[in-house]
Design a protein around this ligand. Structure first.
Ligand SMILES: Cc1cc2nc3c(=O)[nH]c(=O)nc-3n(C[C@H](O)[C@H](O)[C@H](O)COP(=O)(O)OP(=O)(O)OC[C@H]3O[C@@H](n4cnc5c(N)ncnc54)[C@H](O)[C@@H]3O)c2cc1C
Length: 375
């Protein structure tokens, strides 16, 4: 087993998981293009991650897990996303839903959802709605009171990995406020197969239809809180950074191996200048992300807005690096057999995932200019 050096403090239990993930990632990288082509969930990758104790690692200690630091978590998702961004996305969503349900119901159901998560059950986030746009934490669909809880009729869209999920984290409006539930999909939940996309094809983020689905009162959790481990906000920047790292590697490999008029492409000055520009911006995006993770680990309240900034920057630089890859790659990078075109398709998805770059830009711009949200 290889043991890597880390730029952040790592406990022994974390090191074991990170080393194992680095090994697994090599195999994931080799298979990623095929899963993408078939738009098929790499179930084996997810099982291997569970067997490597990755789920136990991400679950906070207070609900029975190892409790990765934010720094270790960010490292893990970047490594996964560089190798196979669809697997990284499904796992991040699965971890986000599983950890959230374990935390939100800790005082009511005890360890039920934590135990299911640790047992290898699959979780997914069914939060986005047709009418809520990017504001996925503000559901517009009302659940109505029925015996045993509330009933939901409506739709949730782009639910990564929903076809293999045994539990869904579902939100709905109850008495005018967002409420969160664990739902075991039954015959009232059906999949509408819309997922035939440009990028992140192997996430199979389908549309789910709910027809009088019972949101059980005992599976209702509290609302997200400041002290909860913020899996999705901390994971999304890492997905784009991993894609950007992979796109840069593919670009470098092509520029060094493609010989034009007797010299490698890497010797052309325009390539050097453009690579300098994207590599420097990418390094800055990694640095901002690492700062936000450090703040999160040290309880600095600015970690949340800085994670948003890191997502914004990571989403944009991933597209920039991948676009440069297409220019440097020429027509050979445009061929389906080249990883260059796949990195561009995957990079585009990062900025669509909530909160989108437009929504984040609005938040940052208002904060910088001192404009209140309702002004
Ligand atoms: C690969 C992938 C995986 C996903 N996985 C999941 C998942 O597992 N679970 C889940 O619940 N969701 C998931 N989503 C959904 C995602 O997080 C967004 O909520 C959803 O994509 C928003 O819908 P939309 O893309 O149709 O864009 P729309 O919301 O229709 O946005 C269209 C445009 O309007 C802008 N816009 C939207 N709302 C606002 C606003 N309030 N203010 C300003 N501008 C706005 C957007 O930035 C965009 O430019 C996933 C999406 C993708 C692409």
């Amino acid at each position: 087993m290889t043991t890597a050096e880390f730029s952040f403090p790592v406990r022994e239990a974390e090191r074991k998981v990170l080393d194992r993930v680095a090994e697994l990632a090599e195999g994931f990288r080799a298979a990623a293009a095929e899963y993408d082509e078939r738009a098929e969930i790499a179930v084996g990758h997810l099982t291997a991650l569970h067997d490597a104790d990755v789920d136990r690692a991400v679950l906070p200690e207070r609900v029975g897990g190892i409790g990765l630091s934010y720094a270790a978590f960010g490292h893990l998702v970047r490594v996964l996303a560089k190798a196979d961004p669809s697997t990284a996305t499904i796992w991040t969503m699965h971890a986000g839903a599983g950890v959230a349900l374990a935390e939100f119901t800790a005082d009511t159901l005890g360890g039920f959802f934590a135990e299911e998560f640790l047992a290898g059950k699959r979780f997914a986030n069914a939060l986005s709605e047709p009418a809520s746009g990017n504001r996925f934490l503000n559901p517009q669909q009302d659940a109505v009171p029925v015996a045993g809880g509330w009933s939901l009729t409506g739709a949730k869209r782009f639910v990564s990995g929903c076809e293999i999920a045994e539990y869904l984290l579902v939100n709905a409006r109850v008495d005018g406020a967002p409420a969160f539930f664990g739902v075991m999909p039954d015959e009232t939940v059906s999949t509408i197969p819309i997922w035939d996309t440009l990028g992140l094809r192997a996430t199979r983020s389908q549309l789910l239809s709910f027809d009088h689905t019972l949101l059980r009162a005992e599976y209702r959790g509290r609302a997200p809180g400041f002290g909860d481990f913020a899996v999705i906000p901390a994971g999304l920047p890492a997905i784009s950074l991993g894609i950007a790292d992979a796109a840069l590697d593919a670009l470098i490999e092509h520029a060094r191996s493609r010989v034009i008029l007797g010299k490698p492409l890497a010797h052309q000055q325009w390539v050097q200048y453009e690579v300098a520009d994207v590599q420097t911006k990418l390094a800055a995006a990694h640095a901002l992300y690492e700062r936000a993770l450090w703040e999160a680990d040290h309880g600095v309240p600015s970690f949340f807005p800085n994670l948003s900034r890191a997502k914004y920057l990571a989403n944009k630089i991933a597209v920039e690096v991948a676009q440069l890859g297409v220019r440097v790659g020429g027509a050979s990078g445009y061929l389906k057999q080249s990883p260059i075109q796949r990195h561009l398709r995957d990079a585009e998805a990062g900025q669509l995932m909530a909160y989108s770059t437009e929504v984040i830009a609005g938040e940052i711009g208002r904060a910088v200019l001192g404009v209140a949200e309702d002004e």
